[in-house]
Design a protein around this ligand. Structure first.
Ligand code: MSP
Length: 502
């Protein structure tokens, strides 16, 4: 984000807009914690910006066209329409369970989206960037899947292991090669565009190596949006998928488009970074539409070192985990365990460790102790702020602006550590009268501020915390020590300790 943006934010009341997107997920598989990871992290960022007072638009949805979806539907004895209607609801249900606060859920089978794709293709064509050529590549006949050389496993289909056929087919192409220099120039002059930083080199090096034009239509795949200029052709996956970011905010004439474009960040997994960092910007250049401000490619969630996914058979169900440990614990784990941008290994044992050490011992016990003492105290809770200097709010803001949730949580936990230390150093349970009032004032104000700061990560816990403190959950503006005027009421522990011996 620009220096001007930071300056505005630091000086108070300026409202910025913040448009954040997740990839749209293929409906041939139901959500697992890999897809939940991207969505949770994006939700945390969206909620953080709302907390900061920004006008936020958060888009997610499902990618519903293509041969794989059509095949999955027929394997289930359903039409593609029935199938996609059913599976997209599963995504909506899981996101609800995980407390995902999206503003719009887009489906690429919506009529509105077909209009976007038609218009967008027309713009590329107006720029002279679409031409008819011949596609040649590998094709798995029984799976009806096109494959690149790299996807083959020992020269065979990676899905079914059968032989593949070399096919040639008339196709339309997008002149990606034309945009090589402009892309490189853009990367150079927009240092924040490709992120994290270590990805930026990777992408520029590959682009420097040269760009091949991209085939954008197929004749043989018909569960797809029609290619208007030549009706026997259909749009082949990526133009359809990427333009969802425009449909989602009613491009070209909608109010939302005027307010929210360009996107502030497209959050994507590293395997689709190329499409977002190279192909999408080139297409936007061709269509003469402003480029997004940032593409952030995160790493993979792995299980025992292997990428988690449906095809690997190691997918973990986020709903089961949320039922067992709470959605908040899972959200916290995603943001605290893995450095956003890097790969990270998921294990239930690590999740449990964090729950027991950080959520039960550090946070839950702290609140419980303070609320217990405050409830017993008979009198007005007031005092002098002694702990304000222990809170590094600017540091937290900076980490979140850098999408570094891990550091932000570390800094929040440092403050929590100071609060816990204060309880012990002062032996607050032994204090009385004015001294006790002063200590409780500091601890409750600290707890109130913590409840605000953790709310993007653990919205439900934050609400339960502020309920016990007896205050309305505030926003970032309220993260300073003031008068305490809550009515404390104990309502049990925030988290239950997980028995690891069972
Ligand atoms: N439909 C395309 C994206 C089009 S966006 C215009 C697609 N869909 S997908 O269902 O395969 O989802 C891919 C995304 O899911 C990844 O980019 C990533 O965000 C997330 N993940 C899927 N498995 C994952 C892990 N094991 N770990 C982390 N993220 C994972 O590609």
């Amino acid at each position: 984000m620009s220096a001007a943006y930071h300056a505005f934010r630091q000086h108070g009341d300026h409202i910025s807009k913040f448009y954040i997107t997740t990839p749209i997920y293929y409906v041939n598989s139901v959500p697992h914690i890999g897809t939940a990871y991207t969505t949770i992290m994006s939700d945390i960022l969206a909620r953080w910006h709302r907390l900061a007072g920004d006008d936020v638009f958060f888009l997610t949805g499902t990618d519903e066209h293509g041969e794989k979806v059509a095949k999955a539907a027929s394997a289930n004895g359903e039409s593609p329409k029935e199938f996609t209607d059913r599976i997209s609801v599963k995504f909506i249900d899981v996101w609800k369970k995980l407390n995902i606060s999206y503003d719009r859920f887009i489906r690429t089978t919506e009529a509105e989206h077909t209009k976007t794709v038609d218009r967008f293709v027309q713009l590329l064509s107006d720029s002279g960037d679409i031409y008819k050529g011949e596609y040649a590549g590998w094709y798995c006949v029984p799976d009806e899947t096109f494959l690149t050389e790299l996807q083959l496993v020992n020269g065979r289909c990676p899905e079914c292991g059968r032989e593949v056929k070399w096919v040639k087919e008339e196709a339309y192409f997008f002149r990606l090669s034309k945009y090589k220099d402009r892309l490189l120039e853009y990367y150079k002059s927009h240092k924040d565009f490709l992120s994290p930083e270590f990805r930026s080199k990777e992408i520029s090096n590959r682009v420097e190596g040269g760009l091949k034009d991209l085939d954008i239509t197929r004749i043989s795949v018909d569960w797809a949006i029609g290619f208007q200029p030549d009706p026997k052709h259909y749009i082949y996956v990526w133009i359809d998928a990427l333009t969802n970011y425009l449909t989602g905010i009613d491009w070209p004439d909608g109010e939302k488009f005027k307010e929210f474009w360009p996107a502030d960040v497209h959050v994507v997994g590293k395997e689709i970074n190329w499409f977002h960092s190279v192909i999408w910007p080139a297409m936007l250049m061709s269509a003469k539409i402003e480029l997004p401000r940032k593409v952030f490619a995160h790493g993979w969630l792995t299980v025992a070192g292997e990428k988690m996914g449906k095809s690997k058979g190691n997918a973990i169900d986020p709903v089961q985990l949320a039922d067992k440990y709470s959605a908040d614990a899972l959200r916290y784990f995603c943001a605290r365990e893995i450095s956003f941008g890097r790969d990270g290994d998921f294990s239930e044992a690590k999740l449990v460790e964090r729950i027991n050490n950080e959520l039960v011992a550090d946070l839950g016990n702290f609140l419980n102790r303070v609320v217990t003492m405050a409830e017993k105290f008979d009198g007005k809770i007031e005092g002098e702020p002694e702990l304000e200097g222990k809170l590094d709010l600017d540091g937290i803001r900076k980490s979140m602006d850098e999408l570094d949730t891990l550091s932000a949580l570390d800094t929040i936990w440092k403050f929590l550590g100071e609060l816990n230390k204060y309880v012990n150093d002062k032996a607050v349970w032994k204090l009385e009268g004015k001294e006790l009032s002063n200590a409780l004032y500091n601890l409750l104000e600290g707890a109130r501020i913590i409840s605000i700061l953790i709310s993007p990560f653990m919205p439900d816990t934050a609400a339960r915390m502020s309920e016990q403190i007896g205050v309305k959950l505030g926003t970032l503006k309220d993260c300073k020590f003031g008068e305490f005027n809550g009515k404390v009421s104990k309502k049990g522990f925030l988290f239950k300790k997980v028995d690891t011996k069972a």
